[in-house]
Design a protein around this ligand. Structure first.
Ligand code: NAP
Length: 257
């Protein structure tokens, strides 16, 4: 798909993957609606990507708030008339062993990482279905496909997203609307401000990548209108080991850490 003049909504656009995706989409001529909670970095980015020319719009949004997400959709549709692509990317992680982890952190991650995506999809999907055209991109994680130590609650939220996106893929067959599920490995972004580097198990280095690689893969998925799963970097061998020989996978984790 040619991105020129396409209308793309990105949640979590002020930093990390979302910012890199926004920059690439703007460079390809797309019109952008940028959402995140903090207005200042969002306005700055929108300014850089064409706010004055009406090509980028910052809409401060907490995806944990139903009212905010409804306002985001209403604002985007009012300004541009329709939305071609939703990149549901906003999310965060808090890492701790489950015995020590705070259930409040799980509640917050479920509300932002899972319900936040569900809210966003619900806000934009009806119009896409009416138009029989659109693309929903869901940002999960490698932690949505495998389990390692210290990431249990985050992993639970990202596994839930995998279920949500896979279901969307089934339900959207034949509707003209598509769904891509992105599952990146570890990448250095603002994400580690909350998750902390010290809790990452060593095995996560095996499928680490850069935010540039994730953004490139996401934009490629948008251009191709991918209806399926995208792993960044390529680590299918690891998910296959996890699915086919879970005991062996755990043994590897014990050895590697
Ligand atoms: N970095 C990694 O290793 C990695 C790996 C796999 C998957 N992921 C996933 O990729 C996505 C993006 O993460 P990132 O690495 O780019 O992290 P990041 O640099 O911290 O960016 C997160 C973005 O989400 C926004 N955000 C957080 N909570 C929000 C909320 N309640 N409502 C709206 N926006 C919110 C943040 O802005 P505000 O704080 O201003 O709201 C920021 O723009 C997340 O879903 C994360 O789980 C990350």
């Amino acid at each position: 798909m040619e991105l020129r003049d396409k209308v793309i909504v990105i949640t979590g656009a002020s930093s990390g993957f979302g910012e890199q995706i926004a920059r690439r989409c703007a460079a390809a001529g797309a019109r952008l609606v940028l959402a995140a909670r903090s207005p200042a970095p969002l306005e700055r980015l929108a300014g850089e990507l064409g706010a004055r020319e009406g090509r980028a719009l910052a809409v401060p949004t907490d995806v944990g708030s139903a009212a905010d997400v409804e306002r985001l959709a209403a604002t985007a549709l009012e300004r541009f008339g329709h939305v071609d692509v939703l990149v549901a990317n906003a999310g965060f992680g808090v890492f701790d062993p489950i015995a020590r982890a705070r259930v409040e952190d799980l509640e917050e991650m479920l509300d932002v990482n899972v319900v936040g995506v569900a809210r966003s999809v619900k806000a934009f999907l009806p119009d896409m279905l009416r138009r029989r055209s659109g693309h929903v991109v869901v940002m999960s994680s490698g932690m949505g496909l495998v389990a390692t130590k210290n990431m249990g609650y985050y992993s639970a939220s990202k596994h839930a997203l995998v279920g949500l996106a896979r279901t969307l893929m089934v339900e959207l067959e034949g509707t003209g609307v598509r769904c891509a599920l992105l599952c990146p490995g570890l990448a250095a972004t603002g994400f580690q401000q909350r998750s902390g580097w010290e809790q990452y198990p060593r095995i996560t280095r095996w499928f680490s990548c850069t935010s540039e690689q994730v953004a490139d893969a996401t934009v490629r998925a948008i251009r191709r209108r991918t209806h399926g799963e995208v792993l960044v970097p390529w680590y299918e061998w690891l998910t296959s080991l996890y699915d086919l020989a879970p005991g062996l996978f755990r043994l590897v984790l014990r050895v590697v850490g």
